[in-house]
Write a protein that binds this ligand. Sequence first.
Ligand code: IPM
Ligand code: MN
Length: 357
Amino acid sequence: MNKVYKIGIIKGDGIGAEIVDEAINVLDAVSSKFGFDLEYSEMLLGGAAIDETGVPLPPETIAGVKKVDAVLFGAIGGPKWDNLERHLRPETGLLGLRKEMGTFANLRPALVYDELINASTLKQEVVKGVDIMVVRELTGGIYFGEPREYSKDRAYNTMVYTREEIKRIAKVAFDIAIKRDKRVCSVDKANVLEVSQLWREVVEEVAKDYPEVELTHMYVDNAAMQLIREPKQFDVIVTGNIFGDILSDAASMLSGSIGLLPSASVGSKVGLFEPIHGSAPDIAGQGIANPIATISSAAMMLKYALNEVEAADAIDNAIKKVLADGYRTGDIGAYDAKEIVSCSEMGSIIANYISKA
Ligand code: IPM
Ligand code: MN
């Protein structure tokens, strides 16, 4: 009998439904090819949850994600919900979900597809061969630190990290580096912030257990500049929540479109897999979104959560092949396109390549 995995599906808002539907399309193709079954259960989050239940993270979703093997998520947010109080905003739902799930390590690869080398705004020689893994701490730092307060004339947040939180994210980064080029660059602002001083000390300590991995440190402002100046100097970047948020957006443009890059949030029993881009309300419902980041997130799910590595590789290869064959969604349509396709066409072509391979 086939293995059965339970997958939580959260489509979310904006382009969320379109891109997740294509990822499911592709998952169905790999599961029948590689002989396992996926059982999906849909859950609400963000604006869709607010509309239906009044809150961005309903209790059913919190209970639901604990009963599955992995969660695949699209994107949340949109102008419709922008004026709500902070605790009712879609984003608060996503942050709450990450915290509830305990997914403290967010892996964000920034990889340049040779097939799309022209899509980057940077020169070819700068980006060709870039393969970076940003390891972003996801459930701590200034996003969650207390105290925090907003009032009309004064507002603040707190950037806090404990030794334990730093240690566990550093370990994830070193464990990943061992399987890659064995270089970790830890990014902080230790020249200004006490929280970064501790970050640096703890990362140094963890490094002692990984003598084969080279550790360097970089201030975040310099790291932003170096990512654009000479991205190939990086292998694994490990950093805190907000620095990782910013640097991963910057790193994504090395590839030419934020619509291409996936992410995996791991560290606890159930992982959360999502594209790094947002819900793009401006193009929602038009069928022109790029589903590749979400399809690629589904591949990360197969690899990291379900250990179906061959199936994950099949997806990655199919993505490379569609790009090599010149199929492009609008966001990357100006670069070596043979045919501009819709979101659903892109999903179907990738699924077909997998079934036929
Ligand atoms: C991301 C997003 C989120 C974040 C927002 C939507 C809360 O920008 O996943 O990078 O800041 O983490
Ligand atoms: Mn972000």
